[in-house]
Design a protein around this ligand. Structure first.
Ligand code: HEC
Ligand code: HEC
Length: 327
C-alpha cells in the first residue's frame, strides 16, 4: 500500500469515526421496496374514495406538497369535524418506534387502518372501504397482480399504503451532507446552532436518523406544558399514571415545513417552539442569538421531498358504491 492510499484510508476512517460519534445519522434512500405494491399504495394514499364522503384522502391531512402535514393546529375530518390533536408528518415516519403521538399503532401498516375507520377522520369502515375498492375494476386488476386473486381486504390495502409510506424519506438535507463529510454544506452559524443543540441537551431526546421518533419522553420535565389540549399521551394506552404526558418524541426532520408545533398545534413559530423546549425540558433560557442559531440549524434538516408523478386513479363504474358526504 503506498502512502497516498494509506492517507486516503486514514481520512476515510476518520470521517467514518467522526460520523459514528454524532448523535444524528444521515437518512439513507429507501431500500427493499416492492415497487408494484408501492405504486398501488401510492394510489390508495391519494384516493378519497376510501372515505365515507369520497372527499378525504390520506393526503388531505398529510399533504405531500406541504411537508406531509396539513399545517393546521388540529386536522379537519369528516363533516368538518375538528380533530383532537395535531397531525404529525408522514415523512420519515418509517423510522418511528411506533406510530401516533402515544404510539398506539405498532407500525405503519397497523396505523393505516386507523384513519379509514375513524368517525372523525375518513369515517368509513374497513368493510365499506374494501367493497369500494373491490368495485373499481382498475384496482381489481392491480391487486391481483400484486397480492393474487381475491385478495382485496383491509390487510392488503394497509400493506400497500405502508409500502408507499416507506418511500417517504427525505435524504440529502444540508445537515446530512455535512454529516457525510461536506463541511461546506452548512454555515458557521448553523454549525454553532448544532453545537448548542448538542451541548444544551436537545439530542438527549431528539437523536438518531429521524432526530426524534425513537423514544417516549415526558412533555414538561422541568416546567408544566401550558395547553388546553386533553391528550395524556402514553398513559392513554398503558393506563399507568407514570406515563401521563409521555409523548413520542417527534422527528425534527423537515421541521421548518411541519408547523404548527407540539401535539396541540398551538405554537406557530420555530423560534417559540425552541424557547418552550429550552424552558420546560431543560430549564434553560436561550438568548435571542442562541435561539437564532438553533433555529438556523433546525432548518438544515429539510431534505429532498419524495419525488414522483401524481398517480392517476382508476375510475369508478356504475356498480361502485357511492359516497355519502353528509351521513
Ligand atoms: C382527518 C385527517 C387525517 C386523515 C384523513 C389521515 N390522517 Fe394520519 N394522522 C392524523 C392525525 C391527527 C394523526 C395523529 C393522531 C394521534 O397521534 O393520535 C395522524 C397520524 C398519522 C401517522 C403517525 C405519524 C407519527 O409520527 O406518529 C401516520 C403514519 C399517518 N397518520 C398516516 C395516515 C395515512 C396512511 C392515512 C390514510 C389512510 C391517514 N394518515 C389519514 C390525521 C389524519
Ligand atoms: C426530555 C426530552 C426532550 C428534550 C431534552 C427536548 N425535547 Fe423537543 N420534544 C420532546 C417531546 C416529547 C416533544 C413533543 C411534545 C408534545 O408535543 O407533546 C418535543 C417536541 C419538539 C418540537 C416540536 C416538534 C413538532 O413536530 O411538533 C421541537 C421543534 C423541539 N422539540 C425542539 C427541541 C429543541 C430545540 C430542544 C433543545 C432546546 C429540545 N426539543 C429538547 C422531547 C424533548
Amino acid at each position: 500500500m503506498n502512502i497516498k492510499t494509506t492517507l486516503l484510508i486514514g481520512t476515510l476512517s476518520l470521517s467514518l469515526i467522526s460520523q459514528a460519534q454524532e448523535p444524528i445519522q444521515p437518512i439513507k434512500p429507501a431500500s427493499n421496496i416492492n415497487l408494484a405494491m408501492m405504486e398501488l399504495g401510492k394510489k390508495l394514499y391519494f384516493d378519497p374514495r376510501l372515505s365515507k364522503s369520497g372527499f378525504i384522502s390520506c393526503n388531505s391531512c398529510h399533504n405531500l406538497s406541504m411537508g406531509g402535514t396539513d399545517n393546521l393546529p388540529t386536522s379537519i375530518g369528516h363533516k368538518w369535524n375538528q380533530g383532537p390533536i395535531n397531525a404529525p408528518t408522514v415523512l420519515n415516519s418509517s423510522f418511528n418506534i411506533a406510530q401516533f403521538w402515544d404510539g398506539r399503532a405498532k407500525d405503519l401498516k397497523e396505523q393505516a387502518g386507523g384513519p379509514i375507520a375513524n368517525p372523525g377522520e375518513m369515517a368509513s369502515t374497513h368493510a365499506i372501504a374494501t367493497s369500494v375498492v373491490k368495485a373499481i375494476p382498475g384496482y381489481v386488476q392491480e391487486f391481483e397482480l400484486v397480492f393474487g386473486k381475491d385478495k382485496i381486504n383491509a390487510d392488503s390495502i394497509t400493506s400497500a399504503i405502508a409500502e408507499f409510506e416507506k418511500t417517504l424519506v427525505t435524504p440529502h438535507s444540508p445537515f446530512d451532507q455535512w454529516l457525510l463529510g461536506d463541511k461546506e454544506a452548512i454555515s458557521a452559524k448553523e454549525l454553532a446552532g448544532y453545537e448548542l443543540f448538542k451541548n444544551s441537551g436537545c439530542v438527549g431526546c431528539h437523536n438518531g436518523v429521524a432526530v426524534g421518533g425513537s423514544s417516549y419522553q415526558k412533555m414538561g420535565i422541568i416546567k408544566k406544558f401550558q395547553t388546553s389540549n386533553k391528550a395524556i399521551g402514553l398513559a392513554g394506552v398503558t393506563h399507568k399514571d407514570s406515563d401521563k404526558f409521555m409523548f413520542k418524541v417527534p422527528t425534527l426532520r423537515n421541521i421548518e415545513l411541519t408547523y404548527p408545533y407540539f401535539h396541540d398545534g398551538a405554537t406557530t413559530s420555530l423560534k417559540q417552539a425552541v424557547n418552550i423546549m429550552g424552558e420546560i425540558q431543560l430549564g434553560r433560557q436561550f438568548t435571542a442569538d442562541e435561539n437564532d442559531k438553533i433555529v438556523a440549524f433546525l432548518k438544515t434538516l429539510t431534505g429532498d421531498a419524495p419525488a414522483f408523478d401524481l398517480p392517476q386513479l382508476p375510475p369508478s363504474v356504475a356498480e361502485t358504491p357511492k359516497p355519502e358526504p353528509f351521513k
